[in-house]
Write a protein that binds this ligand. Structure first.
Ligand code: G3P
Ligand code: CA
Length: 341
């Protein structure tokens, strides 16, 4: 009787699981069904994107602290360099969108070619760390809260490492660090290579081994290959919206990468009017060759959330979790955790 019961229940469960997965690829929805929630048994990483940047000015210790408090497994510093060769956390080397550089250094405005684009503004590589430390961060997006503007400093990577180590001790957790090297070819071309500086910092604090809670990411494969020769850390290749990935490329990348970080529309594409389309096979294709998949960027703001989710950001997380992703970069890590747990 028990064997018959097990057979019937497993047939029912596997049939239901297939139907649930294929329908959820088409229509996001929330379900409390225990089968659909099978992703909860997996270690899906919540990566605090630029900290908890939905709530605090990005790339500040205060933003990382909030992400950790909200349960993020990893925090994500984007890294650029100062004139005197110090790694600091900024999303780009032109910093007028996220700091008061324009007010503090009115005469330091420049125009440069960065990765084939003409960019005008204030650049980290033109300022010493002492000068950078006089700046204060502000919110990038006018649609987000401005209450914390011009209060927080720009942190160095060394300060971020020390902060995370302190938090690990305080909370008895293992909080990971997921640094991204920004414009690495450009920085190398001006004599401020990011990769050896990053490797040196990680080695200094003993976080340069494969098993350490560190994942390094880049949009530039050459930079990742360079990093592979400098550290044993896990490496993730970021894929932007224009990338079309072949099976042979995935196979090639799997020989030295831990995973890929695709723009989320490479997994659930959108049509010309922003409408969501059926999921691609990217997650399973990557898994077939042993690569993890950490899509970016999950944002709860009304202007970024697809209308199919009906104003519920958790529905988007649940859809991606059910598709088998191994982690998500989120500006709102509390909601990524809530949807998972
Ligand atoms: O690193 C993942 C994601 O952050 C990539 O996009 O532009 O926000 O750094 P970006
Ligand atoms: Ca990033």
């Amino acid at each position: 009787i028990m064997n018959t019961w097990h057979l019937i229940s497993s047939l029912f469960l596997s049939t239901f699981f297939c139907i649930t997965l294929s329908s959820c690829a088409l229509t996001p929805h929330i379900s409390t069904n225990p089968v659909e929630k099978s992703w909860q048994k997996k270690n899906i990483l919540v990566i605090g994107h630029r900290g908890a940047s939905g709530y605090r000015p990005e790339h500040t210790i205060e933003s990382y602290a909030l992400a950790i408090e909200m349960g993020a497994d990893y925090i994500e510093p984007d890294l650029v360099m100062t004139k005197d060769g110090v790694l600091i956390a900024r999303h780009e080397n032109e910093i007028s969108e996220t700091t008061d550089a324009e007010i503090k250094f009115p005469k330091r405005k420049r125009t440069k070619m960065i990765d084939g684009l003409s960019v005008t503004g204030w650049f980290t590589e033109d300022l010493t760390l002492k000068e950078i430390k006089t700046l204060k961060a502000h919110e990038r997006l006018s649609s987000r809260g401005q209450a914390f503007n011009v209060q927080f400093q720009i942190p160095t990577f060394a300060e971020i490492l020390a902060f995370v180590q302190k938090k690990n001790k305080e909370t008895n957790r293992v909080i990971g660090i997921y640094p991204e090297v920004k414009h690495p070819a450009y920085f190398s071309s001006i004599g401020l290579a990011l990769e050896p500086a990053l490797a040196k910092e990680l080695k200094r604090v003993g976080l340069n081994k494969l098993e350490d809670p560190v994942i390094i990411q880049s949009f530039e494969l050459a930079s990742l290959r360079n990093l592979k020769s400098l550290v044993d850390c896990k490496l993730v290749y970021l894929l932007d919206e224009n990338v079309r990935v072949s099976a042979s490329e995935l196979k090639d990348w799997s020989t030295f990468l831990y995973g890929i970080g695709p723009y989320k529309r490479l997994i659930i594409p959108a049509g010309p009017n922003g409408e969501l389309l059926p999921a691609t096979s990217l997650v399973s294709d990557a898994h077939k060759v042993g690569l993890k998949v950490h899509p970016y960027t999950f944002r709860s703001d009304a202007q970024y959330l697809a209308k199919e989710y009906k104003g519920d950001p958790l529905a988007e997380y649940r859809q991606f979790y059910a598709l088998g992703v191994d982690g998500v970069f989120s500006d709102f890590p509390d909601q990524a955790v809530q949807a998972r747990d």
